[in-house]
Design a protein around this ligand. Structure first.
Ligand code: SF4
Length: 107
């Protein structure tokens, strides 16, 4: 292959890769995010990546109850138990942040 063909091939490959990255970023940004706070900790739930493993509600039904609306009740248990349970989410659909830490960042 001559130099011109190589550079054309590389240019085409780059534009395909860039297009894929933009699509992936757009889909990540489009993910829905729900937040539930008890004033101390905020639980974040991303329904689009929940794999319905049932870990959360089998582990802490007082907070994660699929029959209730809203299905997450951050007042249902202690912050420590909530954090412990959130960390067991296998998909990453659940995460949390401490409100005090977030306020420090925003100041
Ligand atoms: S533990 Fe995570 S993946 Fe499993 S049902 Fe709860 S939120 Fe969904």
């Amino acid at each position: 292959m001559v130099n011109g063909q190589w550079s054309r091939l590389l240019r085409d490959a780059n534009s395909v890769t860039r297009g894929m990255e933009i699509k992936q970023c757009t889909s990540i940004m489009a993910q829905k995010t729900h937040k539930y706070s008890n004033g101390e900790v905020t639980i974040i739930w991303k329904p689009d990546i929940c794999i319905h493993s049932t870990n959360c509600w089998k582990g802490l039904i007082e907070v994660f109850n699929p029959r209730a609306r809203p299905w997450i009740n951050p007042e249902g248990s202690t912050t420590e138990k909530i954090i412990e349970q959130v960390k067991k989410c296998p998909s990453g659909a659940l995460s949390y942040f401490m409100n005090a830490e977030q306020e420090k960042i925003e100041d």
